[in-house]
Design a protein around this ligand. Structure first.
Ligand SMILES: C[S@@+](CC[C@H](N)C(=O)[O-])C[C@H]1O[C@@H](n2cnc3c(N)ncnc32)[C@H](O)[C@@H]1O
Length: 213
């Protein structure tokens, strides 16, 4: 389900700045050569991520779900000097492509790639984060939150993508599939957790922003 009609979406995109050339190229290559390209953040969501990062001015970011690196590069745009995006993906096959684009974007010293299961890798990253971006397997969103909450600064953010799941979160519990169920459970968990305050932004497929108190 698209939440906005095509003309309005076009108007929003037209009034949002263009992404850098390197991201346009990465987007085209992802659509040409990589499976399930609709997973990529793309122009509008990418600019939202970039702007959030520039507003927050983070030093350490954890991204769960690198895919071809589009959102990692957007997050890196707002890093303070010496900052780092730690980005995890279970799919080894796209590592070289991500590497190539990190180089081309000129952020070799600002992105660390980790290949493997995020739940095993997160405990090995010895950092406290200003932003955690959850954009991987939906059934583990709640586990990711539990794993990262103590690794986020007070005032830091845990931002989860796809929390509207194309509107499927409105289905009744007897028709929801496992991913939808997990996303509904995630939003409920966040709104009931006293350690965070939260707002759900209806941006693209839904961004749930939780701020650690
Ligand atoms: C929606 S894509 C990420 C898109 C990316 N953030 C972007 O905007 O361009 C989800 C990614 O999560 C990865 N993934 C799925 N399960 C995972 C797991 N258990 N640990 C780490 N990564 C995982 C997939 O391989 C996939 O590349």
């Amino acid at each position: 389900m698209e939440f906005l009609e095509d003309k309005l979406l076009q108007y929003i995109e037209d009034n949002t700045e263009q992404e850098p050339e390197v991201l346009k190229k990465l987007y085209r290559e992802t659509y040409a050569n990589v499976l399930v390209p609709r997973m990529i953040a793309g122009h509008y969501q990418g600019r939202v991520i970039s702007m959030l990062s520039k507003m927050i001015k983070p030093k350490q970011i954890l991204e769960i779900g690198t895919y071809t690196g589009y959102s990692a590069i957007c997050w890196a745009e707002g890093l303070v000097a010496g900052g780092m995006v730690h980005s995890i993906d279970i799919n080894e096959e796209i590592k070289d492509m991500v590497d190539r684009y990190i180089e081309e974007a000129g952020i070799r010293n600002n992105v660390t790639q980790y290949i493997g299961n995020a739940l095993s890798i997160i405990p090995q990253i010895n950092e406290t984060f200003d932003i955690v971006y959850i954009d991987a397997d939906k059934e583990n969103y709640s586990n990711y939150f539990d794993e990262v909450i103590d690794k986020v600064h007070a005032g830091g953010f845990i931002i989860a993508d796809n929390v509207l799941w194309s509107g499927k979160v409105l289905e009744t519990s007897d028709t929801r599939d496992e991913d939808t169920e997990a996303l509904v459970a995630y939003s409920k968990k966040i709104r009931e957790d006293d350690r965070v305050e939260n707002v759900l932004l209806p941006i693209r497929d839904g961004l749930l922003v939780a701020r650690k108190k």
